[in-house]
Design a binder for this molecule. Structure first.
Ligand SMILES: Nc1ncnc2c1ncn2[C@@H]1O[C@H](COP(=O)(O)OP(=O)(O)OP(=O)(O)O)[C@@H](O)[C@H]1O
Ligand SMILES: [Mg+2]
Length: 235
C-alpha cells in the first residue's frame, strides 16, 4: 500500500483531505437516512477547519468518514492523496493509527486505567517499545500540565483534565491530522478555552486540525469554517 504523505509542516501538492460528492446513507430496517447528500470538501496541510451545523445535520457522519472510521456510500475520499476506497479495512486501521489523532466530546478514555496508560496505549499499536511508550506518554501529559496526575484514573479527574488526557492521547503518536468532535461540548468555558488554545498550539506546530462544533463562539476561533445543513455543505 502506498503511504499517505502527511508529514507535519511540509507543503503538499494536493489537499490532505479531498472529498468529492460524498454521500452516506444509513439503512436501518425499512428506514433510509441520507446523512450526507453530496459533500465536496478540501482541507490543506496546516489548516484549522471548524465544521459547524445543527444537531442531526451530518457533522459526526462526516467526521467518521474523514477519520476512516466509516466509508462513504458513494463518492470519493482521498486522504493524503490516497483513494481510501482502494484500501482494505486493515490498511484503513493502520492509516488511522498512524496519521490521525481523535478527540471526542465524551473524552472516551479507558475507565479504571491511569492517565499515563491511557496516553501510552495508542503507541502499543504502532509497535513502539514499552520504555519509549511511557516516556512519550509522560512527556505528552507534562506538556498538557498533567504531570502530577499521571497515575489518576479518569473518574479521579475533572472534565477539563480528562479532555487534556484525551488530547495527550491524540497527539502522542505525532499525527499529521487531529480530528476533534465537539471537544469543548462537555466543558466549562475556561476549560473549553484551554482546549481551543491547545489545538491552536498544535496547529501552529504544523498539525492539520478539523473540529466539529455547534458553538459559533468556538467556531470563529478556527482559521476557516464550513457549515453543514441537512447533509450538505452550505456557505
Ligand atoms: N448509525 C446510524 N444509523 C442510522 N441513522 C444514523 C446513524 N448515525 C446517524 N444517523 C442519522 O444521520 C443523521 C446525521 O447524524 P450525525 O450524527 O452525523 O449528526 P450530527 O450533526 O453529528 O448531530 P449532533 O450535533 O447531534 O451530534 C441524523 O439524522 C441521524 O439520525
Ligand atoms: Mg455529532
Amino acid at each position: 500500500m502506498s503511504q499517505p504523505e502527511m508529514q507535519p509542516g511540509t507543503e503538499s501538492d494536493w489537499p490532505v483531505i479531498e472529498l468529492r460528492n460524498v454521500t452516506r446513507i444509513y439503512s436501518t430496517g425499512r428506514l433510509e437516512v441520507a446523512a450526507l447528500r453530496g459533500v465536496d470538501l478540501d482541507v490543506w496541510q496546516g489548516d484549522f477547519l471548524a465544521i459547524v451545523g445543527p444537531s442531526g445535520s451530518g457533522k459526526s457522519t462526516l467526521m467518521n468518514i474523514i477519520g476512516c472510521l466509516d466509508r462513504p456510500t458513494a463518492g470519493s475520499y482521498r486522504l493524503g492523496g490516497t483513494p481510501i476506497e482502494q484500501l482494505t479495512d486493515d490498511d484503513l486501521a493502520r492509516v488511522r493509527g498512524r496519521a490521525i489523532g481523535f478527540v471526542f466530546q465524551s473524552f472516551n478514555l479507558l475507565p479504571r486505567t491511569s492517565a499515563l496508560e491511557n496516553v501510552a496505549t495508542p503507541l502499543l499499536y504502532q509497535g513502539v517499545p514499552r520504555k519509549e511508550r511511557y516516556a512519550r506518554a509522560a512527556a505528552a501529559l507534562e506538556r498538557l500540565g498533567l504531570g502530577d496526575r499521571m497515575e489518576h484514573e479518569p473518574s479521579e479527574l475533572s472534565g477539563g483534565q480528562q479532555q487534556r488526557v484525551a488530547i495527550a492521547r491524540a497527539l502522542v503518536g505525532e499525527p499529521a491530522l487531529i480530528l476533534a468532535d465537539e471537544p469543548t461540548g462537555n466543558l466549562d468555558s475556561q476549560s473549553g478555552a484551554d482546549v481551543i488554545k491547545l489545538l491552536h498550539e498544535l496547529n501552529d506546530a504544523g498539525t492539520t486540525i478539523v473540529m466539529i462544533t455547534h458553538d459559533s463562539d468556538v467556531a470563529v476561533q478556527a482559521r476557516r469554517q464550513v457549515h453543514v445543513r441537512d447533509g450538505l455543505l452550505v456557505q
